[in-house]
Ligand binder design. Structure first.
Ligand code: FES
Length: 147
């Protein structure tokens, strides 16, 4: 075996390993990708108002991710019944990673905690539900108190 062939083999082996790692990495990302459309919002005097009569919140189980510069973590606004919405922090109660909404659950990409769409724990390691913000409805507008 020549030095050149060993070098080529090492290069190919290294490339294959790198590609394999990249594919695994991509599949992990896609497994925890958020299905919640992002909506930029403004907070005034700790109150956040969001119109719920929108196509992204048409079906029970739909949700949107609310982003505002003042928020350390985005808020998930989720339609949990025809007339009820919840506003949940995206801060995982295990170690604080940002959770992602999926069609029927909320999943943490860091250590695998799973919450239902009302923020209750379905699977650890977390022991605590997601923080739920106070939310009232004013017509079709959700009024969320950001504390
Ligand atoms: S930070 Fe979410 S499971 Fe650990």
């Amino acid at each position: 075996m020549t030095m050149q062939s060993r070098t080529r083999r090492d290069f190919l082996k290294g490339t294959a390993l790198a590609l394999g790692g990249a594919i695994v990495g991509l599949s992990e990302v896609s497994c925890v990708a958020s299905s919640a459309p992002v909506v930029r919002v403004a907070i005034e005097s700790n109150i956040l108002r969001v119109e719920t009569a929108r196509p992204e919140l048409f079906n029970v189980g739909d949700g949107i991710q609310l982003n505002a510069p003042e928020l350390e973590y985005p808020i998930l606004l989720i339609k949990t019944s025809e007339s009820k919405f919840v506003a949940l922090s995206t801060a995982c109660m295990h170690l604080g990673c940002t959770v992602k909404k999926q069609p029927s659950v909320i999943r943490c990409p860091c250590h695998g905690s799973v919450y239902d769409l009302e923020g209750n724990v379905l699977n650890g390691p977390t022991q605590l539900p997601l923080h739920q913000y106070s939310l009232t409805m004013s017509g079709t507008q959700a009024v969320i108190v950001v504390d």
